[in-house]
Design a binder for this molecule. Structure first.
Ligand SMILES: NC(=O)c1ccc[n+]([C@@H]2O[C@H](COP(=O)([O-])OP(=O)(O)OC[C@H]3O[C@@H](n4cnc5c(N)ncnc54)[C@H](O)[C@@H]3O)[C@@H](O)[C@H]2O)c1
Length: 318
């Protein structure tokens, strides 16, 4: 099967490439290699690679020559704090980039998997038909793209689905994100900033589970703009994550409560009414993640000077 993976050098995209390889598929990865995309994430995998921007016409040239049967799009700006600090790239990549892919979809005959997020639903418990109510520039850009995908299916009769995973965690997640930030800062003897009261609830899914569920979906999806929610079914507060990590790391995590992220959703709570799958337990998944970060210091040591890893309230401009 000819599959193109947009954003395949990022966190979930690279796990998806590994999953495809385990199914004997060698994909074409198309990625801009932004701060979050690194070829190191793909070490040991089998893939062809084109460096490119989903906002550019080059994407159409690559699709015209490769002729994929399926395109899975993980390419996005993904960090909520960055979207508060500087929303513009979120609009151009997440919205205009998606429109550029959708324009290719009108011209070339492939099936399109659009990777979205549970954050588009806002704080209410949501099934696949619930209204979208995003709170941050990040989730608003994702919700906008989802609506555009639906509109192209309806207007141009193209084949596409939207998958909405919950919070992913696993190896190769950029250190700005909550779980790797907590592990790495603790390994370095630094405190861990907790936004607000730390009682925000998130549903967590292990990244290899997400990759497997999406790969399984490719052969059974209904390509009529259908939405698939992918919760991990493990909803805990941020403070509970800290407690679980303290047990796994066998040490005290020094927490510092800082001001809350503006617009911070109190909880995400997504219901899956369509798919059956099993999820890695949070205890097992967190143990695997911790082991990966202690055994792969080379992967993260060069990344930790970044403001979004270092600062307590990195969304602030001053
Ligand atoms: N990580 C999560 O917890 C999570 C949860 C739900 C949904 N998602 C969604 O899953 C997708 C992947 O997330 P992730 O955590 O792997 O992201 P990531 O930030 O780790 O990786 C994003 C990748 O996209 C690439 N990219 C960015 N802009 C690009 C552009 N203009 N053109 C081409 N490539 C570009 C980057 O180089 C990088 O390789 C995103 O759509 C995200 O919204 C993520």
């Amino acid at each position: 099967m000819k599959i193109m993976v947009l954003g395949g050098a990022g966190f979930i995209g690279s796990a998806f490439v590994r999953e495809l390889n385990s199914r004997k598929i060698k994909p074409l990865v198309f990625d801009l290699l932004t701060y979050a995309g690194r070829l190191e994430n793909l070490s040991g995998t089998d893939y062809d690679f084109v460096k490119g921007d989903i906002r550019d016409s080059k994407l159409h040239d690559v699709i015209a020559s490769f002729r994929p049967e399926i395109i899975v799009n993980f390419a996005a700006e993904t960090h909520v704090d960055r979207s508060i600090y500087k929303p513009q790239d979120f609009v151009t990549t997440n919205i205009l980039g998606t429109v550029n892919i959708l324009e290719a979809l009108r011209l070339y005959n492939f099936k399109y998997v659009h990777v979205s997020t549970d954050e588009v639903y806002g704080e209410e418990c949501a099934d696949e038909n619930s209204p979208l109510n995003p709170s941050s520039p990040y989730s608003a850009s994702k919700a906008s793209a989802d609506l555009l995908v639906k509109s192209y299916v309806r207007t141009y009769n193209v084949e596409a689905i939207i998958v909405r995973p919950s919070n992913n965690y696993g190896p190769r997640q950029f250190p700005e994100k909550f779980i790797p930030k907590t592990i790495i800062r603790t390994l370095l003897g630094l405190h861990v900033p907790i936004y607000g009261d730390g009682k925000q609830e998130r549903d967590w899914i292990y990244v290899e589970d997400t990759a497997k569920i999406i790969a399984d979906l490719l052969s059974k999806a209904e390509w009529k703009g259908n939405v698939y929610n992918l919760p991990g079914g493990q909803r805990v507060t941020n403070i509970e994550i800290i407690k679980l990590l303290e047990e796994i790391m066998n040490r005290k995590i020094e927490v510092r409560f800082v001001s809350d992220r503006p617009g911070h959703d109190k909880r995400y709570c997504m219901i899956n009414t369509k798919l059956r799958y099993t999820s890695t337990t949070l205890a097992d998944g967190l143990r695997k993640v911790y082991e990966w970060y202690i055994n792969n210091r080379w992967w993260w040591e060069s990344l930790i000077s970044n403001k979004f890893f270092r600062e307590d309230e990195p969304w602030k401009t001053v």
